[in-house]
Design a protein around this ligand. Structure first.
Ligand SMILES: Cc1cc2nc3c(=O)[nH]c(=O)nc-3n(C[C@H](O)[C@H](O)[C@H](O)COP(=O)(O)OP(=O)(O)OC[C@H]3O[C@@H](n4cnc5c(N)ncnc54)[C@H](O)[C@@H]3O)c2cc1C
Length: 240
């Protein structure tokens, strides 16, 4: 069912640091409604920390599947950024303003198609929500998740992603570290774009790419070259 974006307020119930600049923010809706589909995003509406009378809006993908009034955002606080600065000062029990849901990066149907997910950094947020939905519906699709991060020290959601993958019948996780601090790791070294085996992609493949703009554009091009219908390539660029 399609949901129109609505204004709502949500209270921060927990903040868990995932690395030095990224945290998982847990929310509970306390006013209004937010019925979203896994993969959609909400707009955080806040007072600019630099220009007190100015309101600012920023998009954040929901990192958890729909579950009543609670939801999770996974946010990297960009140093010097409007939202980055604002979010550095929020704490548990603060109530924030939102509007949503928005976006079309959602599961299209339950058909047994091959699903390819590619995410860098917080681009994993909508993909985590979709994977949670796929586990819930006991999906049997062939699923491949590529998760890229620059440094080993910044990796997060490893336990969560491994659990989700192990609860799906036919899913694999491929972690790619583009600038590992050392060689002592079991992941692929390099950008995720270089890991794809696009030979297995075809008109029945649905591709989701979220996060860094260069990665998203490369994945989109590769998918088109592999013959994936452009309507089946769903992208969200976080750094515009
Ligand atoms: C559909 C959508 C979903 C998004 N979902 C998420 C999400 O789940 N988690 C999340 O952390 N972010 C997400 N973003 C990015 C988010 O909306 C903000 O752009 C980001 O948090 C920076 O906002 P800011 O106000 O702190 O920075 P700004 O004040 O807007 O910019 C400050 C500086 O940082 C640069 N910058 C802006 N965004 C980024 C970025 N993402 N990475 C690196 N540099 C940047 C700008 O070019 C500028 O130089 C999403 C964006 C879109 C469009």
């Amino acid at each position: 069912m399609f949901s129109f974006p609505e204004k709502f307020k949500a209270k921060i119930t927990d903040i868990v640091d995932l690395n030095s600049s990224t945290s998982s923010y847990m929310f509970e809706v306390v006013e209004g409604n937010c019925s979203y589909k896994a993969g959609q995003f909400v707009m955080l509406d806040f007072e600019s920390p630099f220009e007190k009378s100015e309101r600012v809006q920023r998009a954040y993908s929901v990192a958890s599947r729909p579950n009543g009034k609670v939801f999770e955002l996974c946010i990297e606080r960009i140093k010097g950024g409007q939202a980055g600065t604002f979010l550095s000062s929020v704490q548990k029990d603060d109530v924030l303003d939102f509007k949503g849901p928005f976006g079309h990066c959602t599961l299209k149907d339950k058909e047994s198609k091959q699903l390819i997910f590619a995410a860098t950094g917080t681009g994993i947020a909508p993909i985590k929500a979709i994977l949670e939905d796929l586990v819930q519906m006991q999906a049997e699709n062939s699923i491949k998740v590529y998760f890229g991060m620059r440094y080993l020290k910044d990796l997060y959601y490893l336990t969560e992603l491994k659990n989700l993958i192990s609860n799906l019948k036919n899913a694999k996780l491929d972690i790619c570290i583009s600038k590992p601090e050392n060689a002592d790791h079991s992941y692929h070294t390099g950008r995720i774009q270089t890991q794809f085996d696009i030979e297995s992609w075809d008109e029945n493949t649905v591709v989701y790419a979220c996060g860094n703009g260069n990665m998203v554009r490369d994945v989109r091009s590769k998918a088109l070259v592999a013959g994936v219908d452009k309507k089946q390539i769903l992208v969200e660029i976080f750094d515009s």
